[in-house]
Design a protein around this ligand. Structure first.
Ligand SMILES: [Zn+2]
Ligand SMILES: [Zn+2]
Length: 342
């Protein structure tokens, strides 16, 4: 078992093991998810770009089936022409001609995920400096029932609202963020999870949290908790679920129809003291913690500027989404130092 991060109020480290009674299948499921997300992060840019293109084609076809003409048209136009600022080996900036802002669009999802990270990461870092807390990633699950996506989401969110208002929760957590993740199994049942970044005040027995979760849900005790070593990575992990439900490629027209009804549903939020902290937080008086270069925005770059990675001059390319995919493939297949453009 990996040792957890120590904070000074964390005097008696106890293993974060599951109770022997807990069903192993559910935990295997959660473990598989972690492995899956690790595998995803190792995919190349071209593989990810190809997956986004295919997802979009699939969504556009489904929108067509549902006679959602406007949606299909928006999806087709979204990110179809791109202004790419590049040195030939690295891409410093991509500006799309049009963004559809549809919740399931993988391109818009990436942008939304970056916006959430840019907004909340500085606040989280400041919160961690100001408060004596340990960030943890908590996954709450619920039993599967025959219900719609909307009902499933409401059920888990209502249970969480009860949980974070009770005295047990307040004793151990100083707020955090939540995000919803949807998947569907092969029997058509919805698996809705809540991913929480919780700011833990002090260590507690995981069994207690399990019984509190059971008390508010009535029938669910399966959860998973792990300390977050790197808050930037932890936040990236949870906003990922907001930006792309992993099952879109298996979506049928009915799934899309159902999802369209969720339009107004909030998928990410803050709670507790972190929520109040964010309201009063101004990133400009962030006391001295610079956002690292890889996280900083390259918004001010223009043609002729030096590439942030290699200092070569940047130039502007106008590409279609297919051409961008081939551009990525060119970069990946050419040895370092060779420019992969035509
Ligand atoms: Zn889009
Ligand atoms: Zn470069």
């Amino acid at each position: 078992m990996k040792q957890v991060t120590l904070s000074t109020d964390f005097t008696k480290p106890q293993p974060l093991t599951v109770s022997p009674k807990a069903k192993t299948a559910s935990h295997t499921y959660l473990d598989n998810r972690v492995i899956k997300s690790q595998r995803e992060s190792k995919r190349t840019r071209s593989q990810m770009a190809r997956a986004r293109l295919q997802t979009k084609e699939h969504l556009t076809a489904l929108a067509g089936e549902l006679h959602e003409v406007e949606l299909a048209d928006k999806l087709r136009r979204c990110h179809s022409r791109l202004s790419v600022l590049t040195c030939g080996r690295h891409i410093a900036q991509i500006i799309p001609n049009f963004t559809c802002e549809f919740r399931l669009c993988p391109d818009c999802g990436r942008r939304r995920s970056r916006r959430l990270q840019n907004k909340y990461l500085p606040a989280m870092r400041a919160f961690l400096r100001h408060h004596h807390v340990t960030p943890v990633h908590l996954v709450l699950t619920q039993t599967h029932r025959k219900e719609t996506r909307k009902q499933s989401a409401k059920r888990i969110k209502d249970a969480f609202t009860k949980l974070h208002r009770n005295s047990f929760w307040k004793e151990f957590f100083k707020g955090g963020t939540w995000s919803l993740e949807f998947t569907k199994d092969k029997n058509g049942l919805h698996h809705t999870h809540l991913h929480i970044i919780g700011f833990r005040r002090k260590f507690f027995d995981i069994g207690l949290l399990r019984s509190e979760w059971l008390a508010v849900t009535g029938d669910s005790h399966v959860l998973n908790l792990k300390p977050i070593q790197d808050i930037a990575a932890g936040l990236r992990e949870v906003v990922k679920y907001v930006s792309k439900p992993l099952d879109i490629r298996r979506f049928g027209a009915d799934d899309l129809r159902e999802f369209l009804k969720l339009k107004k549903m909030q998928m990410f939020g803050t709670f507790g003291e972190f929520r109040d902290f964010c309201k009063g937080f101004d990133p400009s008086d962030n006391d001295g913690d610079e956002v690292s270069e890889s996280e900083s925005s390259s918004r001010d770059l223009t043609e002729g500027c030096a590439c942030p990675k290699c200092n070569a001059p940047l130039f502007d390319l106008r590409l279609s989404s297919d051409e961008l995919l081939r551009f990525y493939e060119g970069i990946e297949s050419s040895p370092p130092g060779k420019v992969g453009t035509s």
